[in-house]
Design a binder for this molecule. Structure first.
Ligand code: HEM
Length: 278
């Protein structure tokens, strides 16, 4: 008999005896999965907050896996396969955004009922979210603590690889579009700076989509991924206003005001700005 507590808090504190054979539970380690929710209060709302946060973390990973696959396909000159991977990532991004619906069932008083136990825990410390941002191409490190790089070496390793956007620009150049060499050979560990030459290259694709069909398809998938990411950020901001008003965040920022600045960032910036030139 090996009874595993399925929740360390006192809300719905089930146990599960994993000495009994159960192929479903054993295959995907459902007992371990449910054992991961450890509320610090007895509040039902806190259990929900933890569970939906865990669901989101898993979805960050699912989106990252597809973005990473898309990057590999581009490197191998397979833009169609890259678009399919991005398409799946985008569908998972939509699920991520849908998760805010669950968070929004918490009333402000219910949230404040357990907020104190979060201590300094904040989404800024999510290593999987940061890995996803780095892989897509947002490589600012100011919010990453040095200890997070130590704890999750994949983050540092990711900074040394060309991002998805770097690979997209390299592929555009190999396809004959005028992307300057300074961009295809740039140091991937430094933040990407928008470049007018890239804007011109994307604009050429949109002015003649039939000639540049593969590049146009890729541009649309990239834009959709960027759009969904910005929708996630925008909805997060609304949830934060709903829960905190103008109060500071647990991670030390001034809360909604800081997130409003973050909301201005766009992945694949020239895909947005070149629209003015069309
Ligand atoms: C009631 C729910 C939530 C509130 C009130 C909230 C609040 C905040 C605040 C105020 C910040 C700014 C940094 C700070 O000072 O902490 C932040 C950042 C962040 N939160 Fe949330 N959050 C909530 C739910 C979530 C969930 C469920 C996730 C995903 C698992 C999440 C992921 C993030 C991430 C990734 C950041 C960093 C954004 C960036 O650096 O670009 N948050 N959150």
């Amino acid at each position: 008999m090996n009874r595993q507590p399925l929740s360390a808090g006192n809300t719905h504190d089930y146990t599960y005896d994993n000495t009994y054979e159960n192929p479903y539970v054993d295959y995907a380690r459902m007992d371990a999965l449910h054992g991961l929710a450890a509320p610090r209060t007895g509040a039902r709302a806190e259990l929900q907050f933890i569970l939906i946060s865990q669901v989101k973390e898993l979805l960050f990973r699912m989106v990252h896996v597809e973005v990473d696959a898309a990057r590999r396909e581009l490197r191998a000159d397979r833009p169609d396969a890259a678009c399919r991977a991005l398409g799946r990532g985008v569908r998972n991004q939509r699920v991520l955004i849908g998760c805010w619906e669950s968070m929004n069932t918490l009333t402000v008083d219910e949230f404040l009922g357990f907020r104190e136990v979060l201590g300094e825990a904040s989404g800024t410390q999510s290593f999987m979210y940061r890995l996803l941002e780095f892989t897509l191409g947002n490589r600012g490190t100011s919010m990453v603590r040095s200890t997070d790089f130590e704890a999750f070496p994949e983050l540092r390793a990711e900074l040394d690889r060309p991002s998805l956007y770097d690979e997209a620009l390299r592929w555009l150049a190999r396809s004959g579009l005028p992307v300057p060499e300074r961009l295809t050979t740039r140091d991937p560990s430094t933040p990407y700076e928008p470049d007018p030459a890239v804007e011109t290259a994307w604009a050429a694709v949109y002015r003649d989509p039939d000639t540049h069909r593969a590049a146009h398809d890729l541009a649309e998938q990239l834009l959709e991924a960027a759009y969904q990411f910005s929708c996630w950020r925008a909805t997060h901001l609304l949830v934060v206003e709903r829960m905190l008003g103008a109060k500071p965040g647990t991670g030390g920022s001034d809360g909604a005001a800081w997130l409003r600045k973050i909301n201005e960032h766009r992945f694949f910036p020239e895909l947005w700005t070149m629209r003015s030139a069309l």
